[in-house]
Design a binder for this molecule. Structure first.
Ligand code: NAD
Length: 462
């Protein structure tokens, strides 16, 4: 049965899924493994559809569109590790509890909602699904309406391979999302802006539903003097301009040591040229902006500072050239809002302390990038700033380490996923204590004698 734009009411869909969840069928390892394998099969059989859809939604090069399929490696890992992840974990019990054993027993949460974003519209919707399946939940997916071809591909793929009682994809806009949010879920996993994240959390609060919020923010990138500047420029230009800058962990802005700023700007320009040629508009390796409203939002940033490369735009083809801005001030809009597009403001610093102090004064970012070989300087950021993640001497690649939890902190989000973290996100860790009845130590029972009080003092005071 296909469900498009909530032809079945949100309530009915959630109730159907809750009934199926309560049947217990999703609990067994065999069921979970079979569904993970089914998802892998569905993706493999629809690869072309998925890649074409994301190419069409974001005017992307095929190479970058292929990143969407990276979810396959998440599935592979979950299949390999699931038995281990599901295993109850024994913990120690103190002597006064003798005879006893205690353990943590992972259990699925129930019916969960996953709300996706448009910038990596397949991956950011399906990757959390892998964790939700592995953890034994029923799932409703709401892909972003701003990537309509991918939303439709997800709809087609999910609803033709899975029963809607178990996993259902629902297409629709904000109103569909709002309808879904009136229902009680056991977890909501949201990827999007901090502003909408607050709306999601408010709606979730009505049902005391826990949330994972994968949000955005301004991720700074710091460039020191003691490094291979050419490689640094290459890695920064790559991380900033893939997907035309529409990457939540793209370096948002640069702080470059004033001693190397001039030469570094030259290297950045050279790398843009190396990647996209004289005219990036004609490059088959450079993407487009998702829609006209984001285009207009980004175009306004071009009024800040001095454009030293790029700045060309075309509303008709939603094109904004890879652009570097010099001479921006911290008060400019481009330094006040998350850019989320192919515009890179470059600031300079004299002392690293200035950058640390500035980052500390701002909302906590999703990522901080530090290009430096000096361990003391690296540690300054690790110890004195807070962010979802830190990557030293590269950009964006931290996302591809399966054992690193991916998520924000403070304004950039709460909770995390990828690898085992995805399984944990959709799992309740149930505490279990099992006592033996063959012995019953009397220290806690009334009448409370002096002897018992001394015993408890010994236990508590150690
Ligand atoms: P968005 O917040 O506008 O929309 C995300 C989803 O929320 C969509 O599915 C949309 O239908 C729904 N939505 C929008 N308004 C709503 C409302 N009022 N009530 C209920 N639902 C609503 O975000 P976006 O424009 O898709 O994404 C851009 C932002 O997402 C950027 O800030 C970016 O940094 C962030 N982002 C974060 C990550 C991450 O992993 N941390 C990944 C991608 C994007």
């Amino acid at each position: 049965m296909a469900i498009k734009t909530l032809q079945v009411s949100a309530k009915k869909l959630v109730n159907q899924q809750r009934e199926f969840f309560q049947s217990g069928e999703t609990q067994s390892i065999d069921f979970r493994l079979s569904q993970l394998k089914l998802l892998r099969k569905a993706i493999l059989e629809h690869q072309e559809l998925i890649i074409d859809a994301t190419k069409s939604d974001l005017g992307r090069p095929s190479f970058e569109a292929y990143f969407e399929i990276a979810t396959l490696s998440e599935i592979k890992l979950a299949i390999k590790k699931l038995k281990n992840w599901m295993r109850p974990h024994r913990v120690q019990t103190p002597l006064e509890q003798f005879p006893s054993t205690a353990w943590i027993q992972p259990e699925p949460l129930g019916v969960v909602l996953i709300i996706g974003s448009w910038n990596y519209p397949f991956q950011l919707t399906i990757s959390p699904l892998v964790g939700a399946i592995a953890a034994g939940n029923c799932v409703i997916l709401k892909p972003s309406e701003h990537a309509p071809k991918t939303s439709s591909a997800i709809f087609q793929l999910i609803n033709s391979y899975f029963s809607p009682n178990y996993i259902a994809a629902v297409e629709g806009d904000v109103n569909t999302c709002k309808q879904l949010l009136t229902e009680k879920f056991d977890h909501i996993f949201f990827t999007g802006s901090s502003a909408v994240g607050k709306t999601i959390m408010k709606a979730a609060a009505n049902h005391l539903t826990p949330v994972t919020l994968e949000l955005g923010g301004k991720s700074p990138c710091i460039v020191d003097t003691d490094i291979n500047l050419e490689i640094a420029a290459k890695r920064i230009v790559w991380g900033k301009f893939i997907n035309a800058g529409q990457t939540c962990i793209a370096p948002d802005y640069l702080w470059v040591n004033s001693k190397v700023k001039k030469v570094f700007l030259k290297l950045l320009k050279q790398q843009i040229y190396n990647f996209y040629g004289d005219n990036p508009y004609e490059s088959s390796d450079y993407g487009r902006i998702v829609n006209s409203s984001h285009f207009s939002r980004l175009k306004k940033f071009l009024e800040n500072g001095t454009i030293i490369i790029g700045g060309e735009t075309s509303l008709e083809s939603l094109y904004i050239a890879p652009t570097i801005l010099d001479n921006v001030s911290l008060n400019d809009a481009v330094m006040q809002e998350e850019i989320f597009g192919p515009i890179l403001p470059v600031l300079s610093y004299e002392n690293l302390e200035e950058t640390v102090a500035y980052i500390r004064s701002q909302p906590k970012p999703l990522a901080i990038y530090v290009f430096s070989n000096d361990r003391i300087k690296q540690n300054q950021f690790l110890d004195q700033t807070s962010s979802g993640g830190v990557c030293i001497n590269d950009t964006v690649m931290q996302i591809s380490i399966p054992d690193l939890p991916f998520g924000g902190v403070g304004n950039s989000g709460m909770g995390n996923y990828h690898g085992k973290s995805s399984f944990d996100t959709f799992t309740h860790k149930k505490s279990v204590l099992k006592k033996g009845l063959w012995l019953d130590l009397g220290w806690r029972y009334a009448p409370y004698t002096v002897n018992k009080l001394n015993q408890i003092k010994k236990i508590i005071n150690g």
